[in-house]
Design a binder for this molecule. Sequence first.
Ligand code: C2E
Ligand code: CA
Ligand code: CA
Length: 775
Amino acid sequence: MTGRGRPEATTVAGLVLGLFDLAWFLIGLVHQWAHPIVGWIPLPFGAALAAYACRRVTRRGDLARATRRFWGQMGLACAALALAIVSNAADAFRGGEPTQWISSRTLAIYLLILGVAIWALLRLPAWQRTRRDWFRFALDAGILLLANSAFIWHYSLRKIDLWASQTGSALPTVAISLVASISMLTFIKVVFAGAGELDRRALHILSWGVAASAVSGSVSIFITDRPYLSTTFLAAPLAAMAAQTAANRQFHAAQEAPGAPPPARHAGVLPYLAAAGMSALLIAVVAPGGGEVLTIVIWAVAMTVLVMVRQFGMLRENGRLLRTVDANLRQLRDYQAQLAHQVSHDTLTEIPNRALFNDRVTAQLADGQPFHVALLDLDDFKVINDRLGHGTGDALLKVVSRRLHERMRPTDTVARLGGDEFTLLLPGRTADETAVLMRELVAAVQQPVLLHGQDMVVRISAGVTTAHDGDTPEELIRRADVAMYSAKQVGGGRTTWFDPMMDKLADADAQLGHDLRQALARDELFVLYQPIVELPHGGLAGVEALVRWRHPEHGLVSPAIFIPVAERNGSIVDVGWWILEQVVHQAAAWEREYGPHAPEKVSVNISARQLGEPGFADRVAALLRETGLTPYRLVAEVTETAVLGTGEALDAVHELHGLGMRVALDDFGTGQSSLSLLVDTPVRVLKVDKSFVDGVTVSSPQAVIVDGLIGITDGLAIEAVAEGVETAEQAHRLHAVGYRYAQGFHFARPMPPEDVALLLDQAPISVTGNLDNLN
Ligand code: C2E
Ligand code: CA
Ligand code: CA
């Protein structure tokens, strides 16, 4: 990912200038072909271009600070180089005729440059850690320094007198030699120690350039007879080109992931090169003398070569071994990373799980910045799972998790708690912004999903809470859960914010649930029966059993309050069964006593949870056998939502029908009513909800529906019962449009079984409006 397209103009310019001067120097070795000033002119510009390239790297904000600092210092060094060159040129033409004389000013700047570069390089972090690493480094460095100093001594210092007489001072030679040695050391350190977070290749280019530049500075001795030349023509372009190329490379390099440091490297072939160089020098020095010494030297060199070859082979073998170990280690690390991922992520959706979510919430709490936590739960997910299978359920969860994830910021977290529950960690938003996001999320999830070739719409409910000081992840999830729950209670498909009132309600709810479990044992429940009458005369057509609870403290508690509580905490199963036993025994008693005049229909409300209990229909069958009640007289009142709820409930309804019981669809019109239900389920009775009956006397949509429904139920041979009839006017109107059955306070309130017996005793008699009642 170096992202390099066409080379930039500055790069090309830098190369052209640099190569020009190298050529200038080489040609100059043969003859002087133009005024020496021509050679000096491009030099400062090359250095300036290199300085520009280095400074540019410091603007890359994504690089580590140490890296940017390093390039900043290199830029400084290059700028100083431009200055040094100008000063150097001024020295060269000081006396009119070109010389190689170097002023102490120029020398000081050169030394400064090298100082900055070396300082910057040495400050780079090294990777060697063990003593053995350092020992090997020292050894490699020693070898190279020895070879280097041998050359410097032989070619430069040895003839210092000659050089000093040419240039006026021995100081430059000594200084340059010293600097060459130090830069060599730096170079070894870089090659050996690695680049830290710098681009490796860039650093290598740079250190080769610096080394070449330093070494070329020490060849002055060969050109003392050509005063119009200068080693600056070699040293400056080499340094500038290396710096510019390296900086460009770093600028375009992909950001290196700060991870494990690269393994410590050997200076590789360098010690061998040094040894080879020394051998060559040795032969070159001894060769003119010839004779026995030369023979021995050649043998010694040959033996050194053999030993080196042997060692080199062993090193390579070791290298191979190391690489295998490295590969194994890397595999192990990958495996560990994989494990860590598995522990913190949900396997199905690949998003974070509860553990990671809790960690992030804990970190966020420690951070002290305000944030929100949301909990989302699909509405009726169980239905989808039961009806369409777990494969479809899983696919749906993946879609939902993706839709949530897509709308998150990088700082947000969406996690799956399990089942169809998702949680969100939302930092850095105001309450209003969070509300907007939640609306978007709920809407996004509710877009149709294509699953198994079928468009499906799922709804989701969400609860949100704001984090406060002293919160824990558990507490936040709990509050979001309470809020989500309240969203479900008002119909779902929406977001609700947590309100401390909810906790109070939930507490009361929990207390009521607790009391309810004891109500059965304490005999606090009893059943009333509300007559269902035949229109228009009000003759008793049946009764609906309605449970009551005489609470020791709260007095009479409405089933509208405690039945939902019982459904939530599961006690409806026991309570419902107790009611059913009461009702069936009562109905059987009436049947025995009044025979054909007993209530023809005894309705009992059955909740979804009861229907879903395994073996429910079997227990009912046993109860019917035990009491001897004619099954046809027993009507199971179920709601649309209960039947639509789970596969088990629908099965149970069919089984009850199979026993010979009748099934009534209760509260028709309030749920997600669908007329197809009337065709698909064995419904014999339809109870039209009070909310429709209320509007029947005025012209209203309800009235239209009430009118329309009767046509449908008649057509399907289903009995329609109008619920909650409170006035004579409603009764008349209902009768007028075709209703044959009604129930409501206008006729009778729910009453104890003894009062029903009184009615039966007077039979056949109209119940209309002449009854004392108890509610
Ligand atoms: P529901 O099954 O729709 O029962 C009819 C409700 O309407 C009863 O309320 C009844 O008293 C009331 N009602 C009847 N006529 C009128 C009227 O003219 N005006 C008004 N305003 N109300 C009328 P109740 O007894 O309070 O029961 C409320 C709900 O509690 C029932 O609605 C039913 O869903 C549930 N419930 C009651 N008893 C049982 C039971 O034994 N088992 C189960 N699972 N649920 C029950
Ligand atoms: Ca009912
Ligand atoms: Ca009803």
